[in-house]
Design a protein around this ligand. Structure first.
Ligand code: MIC
Ligand code: SF4
Length: 644
């Protein structure tokens, strides 16, 4: 039996385990990336491991999330990351160089290699045929130290692309169509591979838009073949030597297959508040809008920007609309300036932002009250924009530009023939904002600078022998990490200050949660399906740990979040019978006799609801390694224990 693309890469990097779907495997990681909102924790944890130099082929730290510096906090974190990376052998991408995934795609991603990043959109690198996966900061720290990265061996899903995209239909519409078909849980436990004759019609940045939003499917990763289009892209980036061809074997077996006819696709939009709530733009056309934001790691390539510039050239942004544009990288920004397209954007009235995540993570540009905002981003979770009642729609750059001019939701295919844009044959390569680390023998000369906002990381404890506590919070299905640990201008500066961060935990769902948890000394959280979907932020585990959360019971969990819970010693358990969800209520007194014993080796435990008398069976699907981590009270404790 042949192999799929992802299976080939996994096979080449397998350190332990068997490639049997559903079982735990360990992988060697070639490259890592971090960004600043998760990076501080990752490097604090790397330092705590006491390893002098990174052992990966390449590790890069990007500054792209917390670039609003309304106080000293973010700048202090940047300085910490700059100095700690210089010391330990990691490249440092300075603020102004661009969004981690865009820059990594341009400058460092390599077909056939493995990459983990402390950011859920790391699968962007799949656009170039690299196996990129999002991970918690601690897992990235371990990989930097040469440690194994563990995942559950995924299923393989194949998307056959036929035909080619019509005028004004973009790569974003392809992934929105896949989200429409599969939904935000449809990729859980799977890697999504793209195949078929349509592949060669898509450029690398277009492919990267598609693999980027595979994160919204809940997939472990998404990947395209590495072919002549990949080779041309690498050549244009001055990296021809990084090319290797990579395709699936003709007899590779997939667990599921779907067809998407690119020629038949129409512009689509993900409606509030979920990326899979997809409708066609024509259904929405005419709806007044107040804001348009173009950029993010999903749609900020040169190709996206040139398309938008051509559509805005000689036009004016509608008086009722505020339009922001954030190019994805310094390379894109420079080339836009050099070719004059930047002038077209500025003169149409676009508000040009720096090349960073910006509005995508709520760092500025929050919409007005109840405002309709069209964004080329990848997430429209409730309140993520910074305005609690905003209505955020995810659209292509084509739909965004057409609507910005019209002032209402507009299907760009109604505009006639699309203006022709041509991508340059070579990109403006200038890595002057990538700082190189010092040589190993000079590392003592570097002083790591820590600001007062950096507070100690909470450390977990071994599980109670019997768990006796309260159901402190009950939430529904599809709870995102933006619900658990919101981001945005007010909160992000405290990513290295867990005590302060805890004041915002779950406040999107329940403003009283932090106070209640503190008063009661924590307890257990109950969630629905897909608990913890979205970002890789380990703060969504660290902060609940700080607030005394001992276990999370849910109908099902998202991949990265469950790994983060385990890393910090919070026990994840699922309801054996999902209907039991209704037999548990907030405030109920709970009791799990033999909790520690169950964590040590049982696959089920009985939860007694002391308030109602009901008994509910819980399932613990944990590997031996995960049980050992939980028994030690988290991965840092476990590593310490084993190295003592
Ligand atoms: C996001 O898009 O939600 C983020 C911000 O990039 C996160 C990382 C974080 O919370 O710092 C992600 O996707 O992992
Ligand atoms: Fe940044 Fe948004 Fe991409 Fe997250 S999704 S990395 S916040 S641009």
């Amino acid at each position: 039996m042949g192999y799929t693309i992802a299976q080939k890469i996994i096979k080449d990097h397998l350190v332990c385990g068997e490639m049997v779907v559903g079982s735990e495997i360990g992988l060697k990681i070639d490259q890592t990336l971090t960004q600043d909102a998760t990076g501080t924790m990752a490097y604090l944890q790397f330092e705590a491991m006491g390893i002098d130099r990174v052992k990966t082929e390449l590790s890069v730290a990007y500054i792209d999330h917390n670039t609003l510096q309304a106080g000293f906090e973010n700048a202090d974190d940047h300085r910490y990351i700059q100095t700690v990376t210089k010391k330990h052998g990691i490249r440092f991408s300075r603020p102004g160089n661009g969004i981690c995934h865009q820059v990594h795609l341009e400058r460092f991603s390599r077909p056939g290699k493995t990459l983990i990043g402390s950011d859920s959109h790391t699968p962007t690198a799949g656009g170039i045929g690299m196996l990129g996966m999002g991970a918690g900061g601690l897992d990235v720290a371990v990989a930097m130290g040469g440690g194994t990265y563990y995942i559950t061996m995924p299923k393989m899903i194949k998307i056959n692309l036929k035909g080619s995209l019509s005028d004004y239909v973009g790569a974003k519409d392809v992934i929105l169509e896949v989200l429409r078909i599969l939904g935000v849980k449809g990729g859980v436990g799977a890697i999504v591979e793209y195949a078929g004759e349509g592949v060669k019609t898509l450029s690398v940045p277009q492919r990267a838009t598609i693999t980027n939003m595979g994160a919204e499917l809940g997939a472990t990763s998404s990947i395209f073949p590495s072919d002549e289009v990949t080779e041309a892209f690498l050549k244009a980036q001055g990296r021809a030597e990084d090319f290797v061809a990579l395709i699936s074997d003709p007899d590779a077996v997939y667990d599921a297959e779907y067809d998407v006819d690119l020629s038949a696709l129409k512009p689509l939009a993900a409606c509030p508040h979920s990326p899979d709530n997809v409708k066609s733009v024509s259904e929405l056309s005419g709806m007044p809008i107040q804001q348009v934001c173009i950029g993010s790691c999903t749609n900020s390539s040169m190709q996206d920007m040139l398309t938008v510039a051509a559509m805005l050239k000689g036009k004016k942004v509608h008086a009722d609309v505020s339009l922001s544009i954030s190019p994805g990288s310094k390379q894109v920004y420079t080339m836009l300036a050099e070719c004059g397209a930047l002038a077209d954007l500025i003169s149409a009235g676009a508000r040009i932002l720096e090349c960073a995540c910006g509005p995508c993570i709520g760092m500025g540009f929050s919409p007005p009250s109840a405002g309709v905002s069209l964004r080329t981003f990848n997430r429209n979770f409730l309140a993520r924009s910074g305005t609690a009642d905003a209505q955020v729609y995810l659209v292509s750059p084509e739909t965004a530009a057409a609507s910005a001019v019209a002032g209402v939701f507009t299907d760009p295919t109604t505009l006639g023939k699309a203006p022709k844009t041509e991508l340059p044959k070579t990109f403006a390569v200038n890595d002057n904002l990538i700082e190189l680390p010092v040589e190993a023998e000079k590392m003592e000369s570097v002083t790591v600078e820590r600001g007062p906002n950096i507070k100690p990381i909470p450390v977990g404890k071994e599980p109670d022998v019997d768990l006796d506590c309260e159901l402190i919070l009950k939430v529904g299905d599809d709870i995102t990490t933006d619900h658990i640990m919101p981001a945005g201008t007010k909160v992000l500066p405290y990513r290295s200050n867990v005590p302060k961060l805890s004041e915002f935990c779950f406040t999107v769902c329940d403003p009283d949660f932090p106070d209640r948890a503190k008063k009661k000394g924590g307890g257990v959280i109950l969630g629905g399906q897909n608990y913890g979907q979205g970002s890789s932020r380990e703060h969504a585990a660290l902060v609940p740990l700080y607030l005394g959360i001992k276990a999370v019971v849910a109908k099902s969990f998202a991949r990265i979040h469950v790994a983060n819970l385990i890393n910090f010693g919070i026990v994840p358990m699922t309801l054996t019978n999902p209907d039991d969800y209704d037999r548990l209520n907030e405030g109920d007194a709970l009791d799990i006799q033999g909790f520690q014993e169950a964590v040590a080796g049982k696959t089920t435990a009985i939860l007694k609801n002391k308030t109602t008398g009901a008994e509910v069976e819980l399932t613990l699907s944990l590997s031996k390694r995960q049980r050992q981590i939980l028994l030690a009270g988290g991965r840092l404790n476990d590593t310490k224990k084993r190295t003592e």
